[in-house]
Design a protein. Structure first.
Length: 240
């Protein structure tokens, strides 16, 4: 038997008048209003980032070479995720422009995908990756370094990191390319439970984003010599 899912919100309900919608909207938080108005699913006692998607999502555009780049990396066997950011220093706005999202693959596979976006771009990685791998006892941090990645330790201060990300979102200084569907999928469900604890499910890109924002001082620009001599500099919209 085939199945399909339809997302429907208040504006899709013909029996609701504009006055009905206005009345029901009173006192509802922004993320809940977005869910009810557009039919976008959210779960849990409260969204960690109660900012409507419309406030942070933007269309992809060509990223200037002089904008510093950086990626956040959250590693694991079930899921390894990376999120790339381009930093407009003039406006102090960080644009999330590319993502890697894959599970059950070796470090070499992830490293190849990461380097395709620009081997020169540095990353910040979960310090838990300094623990031993299940295969040969070598740390994941070292495995990724051996693959040619330029890595720094991530600042894992959770609440400080969440606040830093939320502050950027709330002030219009963090934008997300509309093409990052895995990131947006996690964003919609990133939440706290009834006791205020973060629900640790499907949050790999959210963690990587926190590492990215907290480690933004590690961001660097594309090397001049490579940008100048490359006959095929890559897609500047996605950054690779």
């Amino acid at each position: 038997m085939s199945r399909y899912v339809v997302q429907a919100g208040w504006r899709d309900a013909p029996h609701l008048s504009q006055q009905d919608i206005d009345d029901m909207s009173q006192g509802i938080s922004p993320h809940q209003l977005d869910a009810r108005m557009k039919g976008i699913p959210t779960l849990g006692a409260g969204a960690i980032y109660p900012v409507p998607e419309d406030d942070i999502v933007c269309d992809p555009f060509q990223i200037p070479d002089w904008w510093p780049r950086l990626y956040g990396l959250d590693v694991g066997w079930n899921k390894t995720a990376a999120i790339w950011g381009a930093w407009d220093r003039d406006t102090d706005t960080l644009y999330l422009n590319s993502e890697h999202y894959r599970g059950q693959a070796e470090a070499t596979v992830h490293a190849k995908a990461i380097k395709m976006r620009g081997a020169w771009i540095p990353g910040v990685i979960d310090t838990a990756a300094r623990g031993r791998s299940q295969t040969d006892g070598k740390s994941l941090f070292s495995l990724y370094q051996d693959e040619g990645l330029h890595l720094n330790n991530a600042n894992k201060a959770v609440e400080a990191g969440l606040m830093a990300v939320l502050e950027r979102m709330s002030t219009g200084r963090l934008k997300v390319f509309s093409t990052l569907q895995h990131w947006l999928g996690e964003y919609r469900l990133y939440r706290r439970d009834e006791k205020g604890r973060i629900v640790k499910e499907n949050d790999h890109l959210m963690d990587a984003t926190r590492y990215l924002v907290m480690g933004l001082h590690h961001a660097t620009t594309r090397p001049i010599e490579r940008a100048a001599v490359s006959a095929r500099p890559g897609d500047l919209t996605t950054g690779y």
